[in-house]
Design a protein around this ligand. Structure first.
Ligand code: PMP
Length: 456
């Protein structure tokens, strides 16, 4: 780009309609990042930032500036840049084999190019199974309050976040919400079997709707934009049992949690369950290419076949950029880095260091009500006082995000999902984070908290 900085900024201001990400909503478009390496970013004015958001929305799992991935993409573009996913290709088959090796019990990979699209594919699989095997009746998809599954209208119809939904109704028929669960805000008080009791809310909705009308349930294993909420003990296992009891498919949205983010290859693997369908996107190629996958069991694949003699798995769907070979080559190089550098293990280890750092800050800042998460996927819930757990006004997390940026640290905050709740800061650095980088996140956050709040 030959143009000077001021011209580029002026063009941006005049012409680019920016996305609303969780962290940068207040200053969308105000910073032009031009280079990255590992967890570090530089803007066009030369300012340096430690990025604890993995590219704003949990994407760059292996960090910025990985030559190995750029080389793999380069080579694939020269060998063969494109042919539709109806044909076999080297990178598609090699990545599917590699991926399924991380997902015992799963069997088939369907490629597309965004998280929303991967979820759309899952919903279409459910609908096709309903039409083929249940006369169209078992078509409903149950989704959970506070979970987000994407921006397209069906994915948004399956999303329980007010901030994203308002203005876009009416939504598609056949998508039904069920209550979320968050141990910190238990609706049953302090009970031992919270997970099982919270899952009961799902069974109640299945029974209310009629089990013979319900085809699938979709959840985020750990809710991301809705508040970094890991499931309580026993919850996902209970959800799995309920799905089995009523012949309902369980779809897990691993768009954020997948590819090592939580300290396991996939978030659900912390909880010992096997889903029917898993969707993934962001970390699949760490932002070096647009790629997503809908992964199913052999049973789901079999259910989609027209008849016993059909060997193709007849899913009536197509995705032009699901056949993007360079994206699959990027995914393969990405997974090789995660394996070779032990990044899943590093995510688990550094996640603990980050949690410890936050707990130390909590000793001095009474506003920190809860620290939670898994691996390098951590949230801090902010309250006006710990006894009442009253959420802080949303201006507080916005101010903290802004002060962090002023101190050279990029962090995120969660979406407004239900009225009054927009009070969680989120932290998700690249999985390559070192001890020193984790400590820098905590130090810079400390400075930002000090700027906006009194200490104990
Ligand atoms: N599922 C989850 C859990 C997400 O957080 C997102 C994006 N933030 C999506 C799906 C949609 O992915 P995409 O933006 O790639 O369509």
């Amino acid at each position: 780009f030959e143009q000077d900085t001021d011209t580029l900024k002026a063009w941006d201001k005049a012409h680019v309609w920016h996305h609303m990400t969780t962290g940068q909503t207040a200053d969308a478009g105000l910073t032009m990042f031009v280079r990255g390496e590992g967890l570090w970013l530089w803007d066009i004015d030369g300012q340096e930032y430690l990025d604890a958001t993995a590219g704003g929305v949990w994407v760059t799992n292996v960090g910025y500036g990985r030559r190995e991935i750029a080389d793999a993409v380069h080579q694939q573009l020269l060998d063969l840049n494109y042919f539709a996913g109806s044909m076999a290709s080297k990178p598609a088959s090699a990545f599917a084999e590699k991926l399924l090796g991380k997902m015992p019990g799963m069997s088939r990979v369907y490629y597309s190019s965004s998280g929303s699209e991967a979820n759309e594919k899952a919903f279409k699989m459910v609908r096709q199974i309903a039409h083929k095997h249940h006369g169209g009746r078992k078509h409903k998809i149950l989704y959970r309050e506070r979970d987000y599954h994407g921006t397209t209208l069906a994915a948004l119809s399956a999303s329980g976040q007010m901030e994203r939904r308002e203005h876009y109704g009416p939504f598609l028929p056949g998508f039904v919400e069920f209550p979320h669960c968050c141990e910190y805000r238990s609706q049953f008080g302090d009970v031992e079997d919270y997970g099982a009791r919270a899952a009961q809310a799902l069974e109640d909705v299945i029974l209310r709707e009629g089990p013979n009308t319900v085809g699938a349930v979709i959840v985020e294993p750990i809710t991301a934009g809705g508040g970094i909420i890991p499931p309580p003990a026993g919850y996902l296992q209970a959800v799995r049992d309920i799905c089995d009891r009523y012949d309902v498919l369980l779809i897990l949205d691993e768009v954020v949690c997948g590819m090592g983010r939580t300290g396991a290859w996939f978030g659900y693997q912390h909880y010992g369950i096997t889903p029917d369908i898993v969707t993934m996107a962001k970390g699949v190629a760490s932002g070096y290419a647009a790629i997503s996958c809908t992964v199913t069991t052999e049973r789901v694949y079999e259910l989609l076949k027209e008849d016993a003699g059909d060997t193709l798995g007849y899913f009536r769907d197509i995705s032009t950029f699901g056949g993007c070979l360079a994206s699959q080559a990027a995914a393969l190089a990405n997974v090789a880095i995660i394996e070779r550098e032990g990044l899943v293990e590093n995510s688990a280890r550094q996640g603990e260091r980050l949690t410890e750092g936050f707990r130390t800050l909590a000793e001095r800042y009474p506003m920190i009500g809860d620290v939670r998460g898994k691996g390098l996927f951590q949230g801090i819930e902010l309250v006006t006082d710990r006894a009442s757990r009253q959420p802080v006004d949303e201006s507080v997390p916005m101010a903290i995000v802004a002060r962090c940026k002023a101190h050279g640290l990029l962090i995120g905050r969660t979406n407004r999902c239900v009225p009054g709740f927009n009070n969680v800061l989120n932290f998700s650095p690249a999985l390559t984070a070192t001890d020193q980088e984790i400590d820098t996140i905590v130090e810079r956050l400390d400075r930002a908290l000090h700027d906006v709040t009194p200490t104990l």
